[in-house]
Design a binder for this molecule. Structure first.
Ligand code: SF4
Length: 142
């Protein structure tokens, strides 16, 4: 016999405000991915919840700040671009490997998407700064 047990991972991992603050702090760090390193989970794994939302990866909880968007409405290129610029990954200590030729080729094909994601992040951060003032979280629930 199976019993459904409601989960609440915020009790284990922290709430969205905590993760937004973490992302805001990480935004100032150098990105390993921009320095020629790659995270396996970023390039070869997908995390999707029961509602069909794609998330940054299985290392992070399914909180709004970690959400990338509806999986079926995003291409693999768009998902990689969103992950590539996501500030959570900048501070993540998950081991990286040297970027492979295959990963480099994929990234070079999606440069315009990466630039768009970077611009969107900066735009959201500026808007948020105007409305909320500094030292709060980035609006990452894209
Ligand atoms: S959060 Fe860490 S493990 Fe997950 S995709 Fe980003 S860098 Fe990789």
């Amino acid at each position: 016999m199976l019993e459904v047990i409601p989960g609440d991972e915020t009790k284990k991992s922290g709430d969205d405000a905590t993760f937004r603050r973490y992302c805001e702090e990480n935004a100032l760090l150098p990105s390993p991915e921009e320095q020629g390193k790659s995270c396996n989970l970023m390039f070869s794994q997908m995390t999707i919840d029961c509602e069909g939302d794609a998330y940054i990866c299985c290392v992070a909880p399914t909180l709004p700040s970690m959400r990338l968007g509806k999986f079926l409405e995003l291409s693999a290129d768009e998902i990689l671009a969103k992950r590539f610029v996501h500030p959570f990954c900048r501070g993540c200590k998950y081991p990286r490997h040297d970027r492979t030729a295959e990963e480099a080729a994929w990234l070079s094909c999606i440069e315009p998407l990466i630039e768009k994601e970077r611009a969107d992040l900066e735009h959201h951060a500026l808007d948020h700064h105007k409305v909320q003032g500094p030292a709060t979280g980035l609006p990452l629930g894209i």
